[in-house]
Design a protein around this ligand. Sequence first.
Ligand code: GLU
Length: 447
Amino acid sequence: MITCNGLYLYNFTIVLNSLKNKRMGYIEPAPIKDEGNPFEAMMSRFHIASQILGLDDELYNVLKSPAKQVIVSLPITMDDGSIRVFDGYRVIHSNILGPSKGGIRFDPGVSIDEVKALAAWMTWKCAVVDIPYGGAKGGVQCNPREMSSGEMERLMRAYTLAMTEIFGPDRDIPAPDMGTGPREMAWLMDEFSRSRGMTINSVVTGKPLVLGGSLGRTEATGRGVMVSALAAMEKLKINPYRATCAVQGFGNVGSFAALLMAERGVKIVAISDISGAYYNENGIAIENAIDYRNGNNGSLEGFSGAELIEGNELLELEVDVLIPAAMEDVITSRNAESIKARLIVEGANGPTSAKADTIINNKGIMVAPDILANAGGVTVSYFEWVQNRLGYKWTGERVNRRSDRIMKDAFDHVYSTSQEYDISMRIAAYVVAIDKVAKTYKYRGGF
Ligand code: GLU
């Protein structure tokens, strides 16, 4: 057995070395089928990185296929007495590195293809930041903006009950994503605990503090975006005190990223949310914008600290840094040519389409890709899980210090890989991630 694994690794190393000697200049184009399909977008990057790594066909097929896909129908009694049936998903892409990890998305646009892509991205994300998790994602097709708190609670509890054999602290550990937050994670933790007859808080992360949530978790993704942005700005020799930045999306990720960047001297000239995009060439007072949003039902509508501009305009502003922190596929072949930022830091998952990658690269724009730049959230989720299992609470200072270090190390690793192989930061991140998962798989072995 040992010989067998050793042999595999030996072959694998040879492939890597021979490629290193060649230095990768040309890469065969990826099979891009559909710009609007996040799974295809993920696969086309996976494909390029696999070629660089010289992955054999068997391993390619293992790593591209989700380990498990669960689809459930959830009949929920609505406040008006009617019964509505919601589609719920949980996809476990991989548990090679450890129990699978990933958020739950409540959004009208949720589909099995989207959840599959997001689950795979979680695998690569956890591998890039070197935390011992595989990747998963869940989702329910619904519109939380139109649902009461009672309806949300019934839906979350029904979803949890349907997934009670899937979830578990050593099996699959959910967390918040678009449309869900600490409140929903509390319901999930409670429902799961009831099903086991005891309190099990390590089954889910992103919980409220009193239920075993971690200090620093709420701002963790935005903080990681800031750390990645500053690391990239250093490489590009952009002085934060002279830099401008536009942030698309003012939810949990975008607003904290904007706030923390502003605290480090960067002028945030534009922000946006579902109500519109807001521009102020002198810089937007982010704290005021957050206060305004919090007191305005979560929306920036009517915010007076900036002028209203078109949503598309925000992406094409003449700024140093652009942070897409809203959703998938906002930078596509249609607008990539018009992007003027020198650096894109992806707070969202999959904001750039695979077709747009080529245009962005040709323009010489550096990208801190999603699976690197927004990994701060899952990193602090990992810390939350560790604390729950220890039965101990870390200080916020310890959480931030450790997550900043992980994010900076991951950035440096991806950057040096991109230099070594002469590839983009995005493909370098996939190379780092796939290499780690592939090596682990070779040690563990299949059937
Ligand atoms: N939903 C977040 C993400 O996409 C966090 C996942 C987690 O903490 O498990 O990275």
